[in-house]
Ligand binder design. Structure first.
Ligand code: NOJ
Ligand code: CA
Length: 662
């Protein structure tokens, strides 16, 4: 029988006599969480306006009847410290909060559960800390999110799905949401912006929001095949439930909340962990002009590999990725049996690795599991040891296929697997780029080798579906990207790739993306290198499309090792302007949806007193019709100037600011 650890209603009688209501304020006094012990609910307010009405808290477990719980001690504390990380959108963060812990006692007066609340200037969070005598079988999480003004509050989200995040966004009133994954971004009826997500997801299933039988949006955890949500030890800390808050949409992007709620690095020496730009044998497989398996159209051949290494070395690109280098791709979608060590006969791994080392280029490995987790885990140590021996520091993994045994990608089983890979990779000095991942919840702070991941519709969708619209791209920064870096694999220059397909021989093409094109202008493709943050940033097109292309200069000048980022202006689904600093260079990226738009952007983020050469990669006057057209303009600017950003429909603009004396 399912027993409620504590829940709305069940505690009311117990706490009858004492009904303490406890409020926690953020340091600036604007955000607050109101905890009510009588109803065991929390509410979230900003500037006194209720954003989340009193909503239940709790976890349901099988083993234990917690009905004897009593409301115990409340502690208040606060924290304020600066910390830094080896890489990130921002290398330093301020972690300033007020905290409240509420202890709940069992019949022996022992604390078996503690609720920890934090209030920051950029949001609020809470989690459950259990201290039960025995392990628990979690059957449900009772946390609710009862939004105020559900009819007038607007939300942006993908559907709640435990297998994939590669889904389209919906903009809809909160009242219309049946289920949603997180980050779940919203604008309250009064105009405040927020986003519900989670931080520090370990050993537990992911949370989506789903309406229950009473029509209330509540936490729904990805189940195991037997319906149980999680098996946890008696002493256990759940992930944080987070609500980022701000006045403007860009405030959500500038928030450090998710990272602040994660633990410091567990990797002592992080000197081997380095952001990179990379190219690879990849796009051709998605267009169908190349294949992963051996044969006449095989992409990962020795000759192709050496050519890519030469290109990287000549173009200030640190890494090269080859997909389809290892044996087993014939089984993808079938038995999902891969060998993670043995290369195909036409891929001379030793020679390629030696050549990459000689040229000072990082050779990446790729491991597609197809969802065959037992086999991958079985080979993992041996494979990682081999990669390390070859001088490889970066691995792209993939989970394109259902998990064996009926496990869901986002279940506790999945979360534990993804984490085992992170920790094993760390022991071998390997950085990770995970496709079909578990959602990012800030664990990159604790495991800085967990560099980037997919977890949304990336570039590949432009090759074989209706494609990613400019509106989708203008929504991404305010929803998925709030969670952390994404390996979108941007930067396709051959926007109308129909010729490439014809030339390179894919004749079986009849997919829904009938006009064979990327749904943005070329300038926007460049801007995406800045907008879509990834410490491992790919130039995803065929290298021959970059050879001699004047606009590729941007990627050569670009530095993936960012120090600081500022989201400058934007409206969700409409447009975005972001700037990032790496060393003394700044990079700006702007993008619009289906509407042409001109924005004025003050350059006050630049260092005062420094004169910069701004190289502007902009849409041409006819880019809406001819998206491969662009213009490059050079100008001298200072922090006192204002940049006029003129963008075509589906367009964008990218700018490098390089100090004049550099
Ligand atoms: C899907 C990934 O997103 C893509 O990048 C990769 O090429 C294929 N799976 C094959 O692993
Ligand atoms: Ca994918």
């Amino acid at each position: 029988m399912m027993k409620r650890l504590f829940a709305l209603g069940s505690m009311t009688a117990l706490l009858g006599a004492c009904t303490p209501s406890t409020t926690l304020l953020s340091p600036d006094g604007r955000n607050s969480v109101a905890f009510d012990a009588a109803t065991m609910t929390y509410a979230v307010l900003r500037d006194g306006d209720t954003l989340i009405r009193p909503s239940a808290l709790g976890i349901a477990a099988q083993e234990r009847d917690f009905s004897g719980f009593r409301f115990g001690v409340v502690h208040h504390t606060s924290g304020d410290r600066e910390w830094s990380q080896p890489w990130g959108e921002n290398k330093t963060h301020r972690d300033r909060y007020n905290e409240m812990t509420v202890e709940l006692h069992n019949s022996d007066d022992r604390t078996e559960l503690c609720l920890r609340f934090r209030a920051y200037d950029d949001g609020v969070a809470f989690r459950y800390e259990l201290n039960a005598p025995d392990s628990l079988t979690v059957t449900d999480e009772l946390t609710e999110f009862r939004f105020a003004d559900e009819e007038t509050a607007i939300s942006w989200s993908i559907p709640g799905n435990f297998e994939t995040y590669e889904l389209q966004y919906r903009e809809q009133p909160v009242a219309g949401v049946r289920d949603a994954n997180t980050p779940f971004t919203f604008r309250s009826g009064k105009g405040a912006y927020g986003s519900v997500h989670e931080a520090a997801l370990y050993d537990y299933p992911e949370m989506v929001l789903r309406r229950d039988a009473e029509g209330v949006l509540k936490a729904d955890l990805a189940p195991l095949p037997n319906g149980v949500k999680a098996y946890i030890p008696g002493r256990f800390t759940t992930p944080w439930r987070t609500v980022q808050l701000g006045d403007k949409p860009v405030d959500l992007i500038n928030s450090s909340l998710i990272l602040n709620l994660n633990e410091p690095s567990k990797i002592a020496d992080t000197s081997w962990i380095k952001p990179q730009k990379y190219v690879g044998v990849w796009w051709g497989m998605h267009l169908g002009t190349q294949v992963w398996t051996m044969g006449p159209r095989h992409g990962a051949t020795t000759e192709n590999a050496l050519r890519h290494i030469d290109f990287a070395a000549a173009n200030n690109i640190q890494g090269v990725l080859f997909e389809g280098w290892n044996q087993g791709w014939e089984n993808w979608g079938g038995s999902q049996h891969f060998d993670y060590v043995e290369p195909y006969a036409d891929f001379d791994l030793e020679r390629i690795a030696a050549y990459a080392r000689e040229k000072g280029v990082e050779l990446w490995m790729h491991a597609e599991t197809g969802g065959n987790i037992p086999e991958f885990e079985e080979q993992m140590e041996r494979a990682f040891a081999r990669y390390a021996e070859l001088g490889v520091h970066t691995l792209k993994t993939g989970y394109a296929g259902g998990f064996k045994g009926g496990y869901l990608h986002h279940s506790q089983y999945g979360v534990q697997h993804y984490q085992r890979v992170v920790e094993t990779a760390a022991r071998y000095g390997i950085m990770l780029d995970v496709h079909e991942p578990i959602k990012e919840t800030g664990i990159r702070r604790t495991w800085p080798n967990m560099m980037t991941r997919e977890g949304a519709r990336g570039m590949e969708w432009n090759a074989w579906s209706e494609g990613n619209s400019a509106e989708y791209l203008s929504t991404l920064p305010f929803v998925r990207l709030l969670a952390g870096p994404m390996d979108y694999t941007p930067g396709i220059f051959d926007i109308d790739y129909s010729t490439a397909k014809a030339d390179k021989g894919r004749i079986e093409w009849n997919g829904p993306n009938a006009h064979c094109c990327i749904k943005t202008t070329l300038a926007r493709q460049i801007a995406n290198w800045v907008i879509i943050y990834s410490p491992l940033q790919m130039a995803a097109d065929f290298i021959e499309n970059y050879e001699g292309h004047p606009a590729f200069r941007f990627f050569r000048d670009f530095d993936a090792d960012c120090d600081r980022s500022v989201a400058l202006q934007g409206e969700i689904g409409d447009y975005i302007v972001l700037a990032r600093r790496a060393g003394d260079r700044w990079f700006l990226g702007a993008g619009t949806n289906g509407e042409a738009r001109t924005l004025a952007q003050p350059l006050s983020f630049l260092e005062d007193g420094v004169t910069y050469t701004a190289t502007i990669y902009a849409d041409a006057p006819d880019s809406a019709r001819n998206p491969e057209n662009y213009r490059i303009e050079r100008r001298t600017v200072t922090s006192a100037d204002t940049l006029e950003i003129a963008m075509a429909a589906r367009g964008g603009q990218a700018v490098t600011f390089i100090p004049e004396n550099e």
